[in-house]
Design a protein. Structure first.
Length: 89
């Protein structure tokens, strides 16, 4: 699994896991790993239900709630392993 495949798989899994809690503005933040090792992919997003996001949407602006960061661990063969919190810096 190359880096593009790993990132795409991590984004798919993140969206599947959070399908009942809509998330918006999912973006790649960091990638660690390689084709011969597991992948640790940090994705950032906003929660569309956060109060500040709703106010911003009403005003036609981008969501302003706190950015959430998750580390998605994918095995080198593409198997989903975990999603963990990453503290924002």
């Amino acid at each position: 699994m190359d880096v593009s495949e790993a990132v795409a798989a991590a984004k798919r899994r993140l969206n599947e896991v959070f399908k009942d809690e809509p998330i918006v503005d999912v973006g790649l933040e960091e990638v660690e790993g390689g084709e011969d090792t597991d992948w640790y992919i940090t994705l950032g997003f906003n929660r569309s239900w956060h109060p500040l996001s709703g106010i911003a949407a009403t005003l036609g602006a981008a969501p302003q709630g706190p950015r959430i960061y998750k580390i998605v661990h994918m095995s080198k063969d593409g198997k989903f392993m975990s999603i963990k919190n990453r503290e924002s810096s």
